[in-house]
Design a protein around this ligand. Structure first.
Ligand code: BG6
Length: 511
């Protein structure tokens, strides 16, 4: 694979460019890259959509997005004007070959103008129903052919189930080589997620105890306080398992459980991650109810405000059976992790937003302190906070000051805000830059996507056959359904709010 370290001339084509993703994420990220001097000197952003727009109208709309969502955007009119000159609108039907022929001509024109061959990046920011078709048109128009110069970016959802994911992967593979396909999982672009590998494999400290001998259990959490917002139409057909677990949570599981990579090559890392998915013990249909809990929020209170239940949300069916919460207990059948439970949970409209991975270490093999010293004793725990707090917290036992031997839990913290002066880039900045560099390390490969679907299919099948009778089963603003406790082995717990809030409390104190 040719990597583009010098950032050669690039044409960025965004299909569905008049939509929310382009406005909210893609163009703010490209603008921020330009402010960071991380865009090629010669680049063009061609936005393709069906609606009637002029270059000027599109630029005004995108400027508004940059003002709201970019790190550098607000008030930078001159910088925006300079950047906006690179943005062009092309009206076109995604299902007509002439749209693609026009793109080909435009690329050829730019090549002539810049006097150099251009990298062509095709970003599908369209509804998923077009994901299978656009690659075919690109193929027919001859725009996919050049392996080192043409790339396609696919947003999630990559399929609705195993079968449709396979069909989509096949449609992509019929026109592009796997090395040209960039499947986005924006979690992988988050600094704190990338730091999992740095923390594990750039330090000799924890890796020797990162296994079944020392780890009691692992909890992977991605909780949201927001509801489905304006995405009820999509979400009601997806649900939390498809929306968050199949992709983001499975990717976190891979990063936390994988074996050390031999090199930082994209495929080496992706092979190690795929090994984790292959090691997950399959969930049999008859054990789905013991290993997985689903939930849906009813009305409740968040931050002192009354919020509606899921069934009252816009474009959600009033008797919807879609889950907005899911918790799972998984095991990995390999040498490193045999017998260690991995608890995963995610949901919407919970008490507060908090994504983190907690490694709970085993108890000491022999408790030599007197019983009265250990009344508040807790196992050591390492928490990798992903968002909104960004950092790492190590909880361990220390002697409480005083004449008596009394142990209590204390924390050591690494906080991004304190350690690094600059704010972290948005995940899309990192990912778009990697696409331009032709570096697929942070992108999902076809086999990973299919392996994740394969694992979850029994759950989806059993749920479809036995709709829930107790929805809504948690109130908005709570920590999810009570049943999620039932997944935990004795002595294990989901991290409680005060533990998750460690970094927040510190920030609040400092302010
Ligand atoms: C998206 C899901 O992939 O991730 C959304 O479709 C979810 O439902 C979002 O809200 C969460 O991402 P983040 O970066 O806000 O945690």
């Amino acid at each position: 694979m040719k990597t583009n370290d010098r950032l050669e001339p690039t044409v960025f084509v965004i299909f569905g460019g008049a939509g929310d993703l382009t406005w909210r994420k893609l163009v703010p990220a490209l603008f921020d890259l330009s402010q960071d001097r991380s865009m090629p000197a010669d680049f063009s952003v061609i936005v393709v959509d069906r609606v009637d727009l002029s270059d000027e109208m599109l630029r005004r709309r995108l400027h508004n997005g940059v003002n709201q969502f970019s790190r550098f955007g607000k008030g930078k009119v001159a910088a925006w004007n300079q950047f906006a000159r690179h943005i062009h609108y092309q009206r076109g039907d995604f299902k007509k070959l002439q749209t693609y022929a026009a793109l080909g001509e435009q690329c050829a024109k730019l090549e002539k103008e810049w006097g150099a061959k251009v990298h062509r990046i095709f970003y599908m920011a369209t509804p998923p129903s077009l994901f299978g078709e656009i690659p075919q048109y690109l193929g027919r128009a001859g725009l996919a052919r050049d392996r080192d110069w043409a790339r396609i970016v696919v947003e999630k959802p990559i399929g609705y189930d195993l079968e449709s994911a396979r069909a989509l992967n096949a449609a992509l593979a019929a026109n592009f080589d796997e090395s040209q396909i960039f499947r986005i999982d924006h979690y992988l672009g988050k600094e704190t997620v990338q730091n999992i590998l740095a923390f594990r494999f750039a330090n000799p400290l924890f890796e020797p105890i990162w296994n079944r001998r020392y780890v009691e259990c692992v909890t992977i959490t991605a909780l949201e306080a927001v509801g489905v917002e304006h995405r009820g139409g999509y979400y009601d057909h997806a649900g939390a398992l498809r929306d968050m677990v199949q992709n983001h949570l499975m990717q976190l599981l891979c990063l936390v459980a994988m074996e050390p990579m031999v090199s930082f090559e994209a495929d080496e890392i992706r092979n190690k991650k795929a090994d984790v998915l292959h090691a997950v013990r399959p969930i049999h249909r008859d054990s789905v109810h013991q290993c997985v809990v689903r939930g849906q929020y009813g009305p409740g209170w968040i931050d002192g405000k009354k919020v509606p239940g899921y069934r009252e949300e816009d474009r959600v069916s009033p008797d919807s059976q879609t889950e907005t919460f899911v918790a799972l207990r998984l095991f990995l059948d390999n040498w490193r992790w045999q017998g260690v439970p991995f608890y995963l949970r995610t949901g919407k409209r919970l008490t507060r937003q908090a994504s983190e991975i907690a490694i709970q270490f085993r108890a000491v093999p022999h408790q030599s302190f007197p019983a009265e010293a250990t009344l508040d004793w807790q196992s050591s725990r390492l928490v990798m906070a992903i968002q909104p707090d960004e950092g790492i917290v190590l909880h361990f036992q220390a002697k409480h000051p005083g004449p008596k031997m009394h142990l209590r839990s204390v924390e050591m913290q690494f906080n991004y805000q304190d350690a690094f002066a600059a704010p972290s880039p948005d995940a899309y900045e990192t990912l778009l830059w990697d696409v331009m560099k032709n570096d697929a390390t942070l992108f999902m490969r076809a086999d990973q996507v299919e392996a994740a679907w394969r694992l979850l299919m029994p759950v989806l099948d059993v749920w479809a056959a036995a709709p829930p009778s107790d929805f809504p089963n948690y109130a908005a603003g709570s920590w999810g359904p009570e049943e999620a406790q039932g997944l935990l082995a004795q002595g294990h717990s989901w991290p409680v709010p005060s533990e998750l809030a460690g970094l927040c409390q510190k920030k609040a104190k400092n302010e």
